[in-house]
Design a protein around this ligand. Structure first.
Ligand SMILES: NC(=O)c1ccc[n+]([C@@H]2O[C@H](COP(=O)([O-])OP(=O)(O)OC[C@H]3O[C@@H](n4cnc5c(N)ncnc54)[C@H](O)[C@@H]3O)[C@@H](O)[C@H]2O)c1
Length: 274
């Protein structure tokens, strides 16, 4: 088990939900924080909640490769270190696959998938150079192991993050590189994710608004979730301690994952979950 105290944790999407909880959990373990998100006030609130007034706060749109490169530069200039990289920022939009617009796809894949890609591209070479224990922790979802109606873009992005994390693991092992990888696949967590639309850039707004479940209905689903962000953050840090690759805060989703593989084996259609 690595002792991460005194080392640096970089967290994207740190202004809310799971990212904020990860910040508090890492600070409680004596880590220095580099917090990235779209809005400074949210980051300031996270730093305060984590009790780390001198955390490095970086306004970063993770869908922008150059912005993530600047995040990596600033991290290494300020702390010379990135021990834990949490590629956590993510957004949600849902609707029937044929109704998701090109803007929906660009936004969801840009944040949820390309945000992780950019994090890997900007940080892993620097983590390799530093020659110390380090780990990339990507937030996927249970939606990266199963698929649900309306989840065309979201599930595609999260399946891609699971596959990307597995490939990254292989790539690092092939080069005998001592950087660990984990992929976190939670089911519903009580966070603000139902209000993701507020983070959609103006250039990617739909001419005709997407008709998925209303924000209110989604919000009630997430707010009723059994696990809160703090509990998920503790499970994630325990998974890191255990050198776990797949971290499933809701092990009960395995029934649906196994049912999916059963259907793949027998050539059946996706399990009916309606
Ligand atoms: N809440 C759940 O039930 C759940 C379940 C499975 C997976 N997840 C995943 O967990 C991660 C965290 O989500 P959450 O539930 O804490 O949601 P949240 O909405 O509470 O937090 C997401 C954060 O990401 C930030 N963000 C959005 N777009 C960004 C961008 N382009 N660049 C940088 N930051 C951006 C937001 O400002 C926000 O602070 C996401 O990847 C999400 O897909 C959430």
């Amino acid at each position: 088990m690595n002792d991460w105290s005194g080392r640096t944790a970089v967290i994207t999407g740190a202004g809310s939900g799971i990212g904020r909880a990860l910040a508090a959990a890492c600070a409680a373990r004596g880590m220095r924080l580099v917090l990235a998100d779209l809005q400074r006030p949210a980051l300031e609130e996270t730093a305060e909640l984590a009790g780390q007034a001198d955390a490095l706060l970086c306004i970063t749109d993770v869908s922008d490769a150059q912005a993530v490169e600047v995040l990596a530069q600033r991290t290494f200039e300020a702390t010379g270190d990135a021990a834990l990289l949490f590629n956590n920022a993510g957004v949600l939009a849902s609707g029937p696959a044929w109704k998701l617009s090109p803007q929906d796809w660009t936004w969801i894949l840009g944040v949820n998938l390309m945000g992780v890609v950019h994090g890997i591209r900007s940080f892993v070479p620097r983590m390799r150079e530093q020659g110390r224990a380090a780990r990339v922790v990507n937030t996927a979802s249970g939606a990266g192991l199963t698929a649900v109606p309306g989840g065309g873009a979201y599930c595609a992005s999260k399946h891609a993050v699971v596959a990307l994390s597995e490939c990254l693991y292989h790539d690092l092992r092939m080069q005998a590189c001592p950087i660990g990888v984990s992929v976190v696949c939670p089911s519903y967590v009580n966070t603000g994710i139902a209000a993701s639309e507020q983070y959609r850039p103006a250039a990617l707004h739909n001419d005709i608004p997407l008709k998925g479940p209303s924000e209110d209905r989604l919000d009630r689903t997430f707010r009723r979730a059994k696990l809160g962000a703090n509990e998920v953050a503790q499970i994630v840090l325990q998974g890191i301690d255990d050198d776990a690759f797949y971290i499933l805060p809701h092990p009960e989703i395995m029934g649906r994952v196994q049912a999916r593989f059963g259907q793949i084996e027998c050539g059946g259609p996706p399990q009916d979950i309606a």
